[in-house]
Design a protein around this ligand. Sequence first.
Ligand code: ADP
Length: 440
Amino acid sequence: MLEKRIHRPLLGCIADDFTGASDLANNLVRAGMRTIQSIGVPADSQTLNTDAIVISLKSRTISSHEAIKQSLQAYEWLKAQGVERFYFKYCSTFDSTPQGNIGPVTEALMDAIYGEGKGFTIVCPAFPEAKRTIFNGHLFVGNELLSDSGMRNHPLTPMTDANLVRVMQAQTQRIVGLVDYASVCVGPTEIQARFQALQNEGIAIAVVDATCNQDLESIALAIADIPLVTAGSGLAISLPNNWRIRGLLDLNESTDILPPASGYQAVISGSCSQASNAQVIDFCQRGWPSFKIDPLADMSHVNMAQQAIAWAKIHLKNGPILIYATSQPDIVKSIQEKLGAIQASEYIEKILAEIAKGLVQAGVRQLVIAGGETSGAIVQALGIKQMTIGPQIDPGVPWMSVSSPSCQEETIHLALKSGNFGSIDFFTKSFTQLSNLYHD
Ligand code: ADP
């Protein structure tokens, strides 16, 4: 028998960065859920005619204490909207520091939802469409172990261990276990049996293997009644089916229509990931104008930004431009040695955020941002409160429409690209795709 739909959001998500939040919202939309993405915890209670809400935090690399505080505020707000199912979203490369914040936030949410020290949840960053898979508890990026991939050189969250059970266990008090591929490939009933067996052994958090979307479908069915899941965005492709089976969710087909794009086109890249480095080179090789930020130029962030904005104003009318701090690992290392790792990141994020404001004031209405932390800094600086998800450019990266006080709330088309996502021609392809949307 079908359950009766009470009008409240079916799923409430808390994402630890802004690119990850749009990645998650994109997958939910593609799976037919009407989804609202909010920047930070909304100020008021609202009547929400939506299936899912994604609250975007910038909590990945802040102190664990602050990350817990913000995540619990998000949880309380979602609960007050009637949400009963929660999704803590982190990066598909499990980006975290040795202190967290994935473990501490997971535990705080478990305490809040189940009671202190109680409950059970899963860890599943797999996103096979973006080549992130988990086998025997080990996370792979393409064919490489996480610890052999470019993530080992990340400026803020270098990932040097691919064993997710070990990484998660180091961040949590609760005991972490594994549901390995031998169970996952059998199907949902076997996965649930493993969940029960693990809980009987006192295990509260299970890393779950997944190598393809079919595995995620089985996992999604197995967790249908678990109030809290922690995962990358991949699981969100399969999760909505649980509500559809129960007759609680229609197939929404018009979820990704955006208004037509206008204005100048720009890319800002603060990501130093391998993919972003390659995308920057590709953009430059195609002959489009680019401006490189030199963090060692000994200038205030405002002066540095003004220089870049003045350069941009000369080139914007001729097509897309790129402003970037993106550098290869050896350069990043030498900059960090001179400025300090956190100081360098903060300084560069401030420059790029200031530049974004200047570009929008100069008429940019199509903006691609590369880098999770970078996107967080820019979206906050632009005063964006909510995002509408549009068509996907590449797995994990949709075009979105937003408005900003920096341009009297006119529509801006925005794409937030997580460091390692996107094809090599991503920057040029994004704009072509956007203009083709309205001319096909
Ligand atoms: P990703 O999505 O690739 O992880 P992020 O934006 O999250 O990218 O993180 C990259 C971090 O590196 C940002 O904090 C950014 O300010 C910093 N950064 C960017 N360029 C440099 C550089 N040349 N040297 C040192 N740090 C940099």
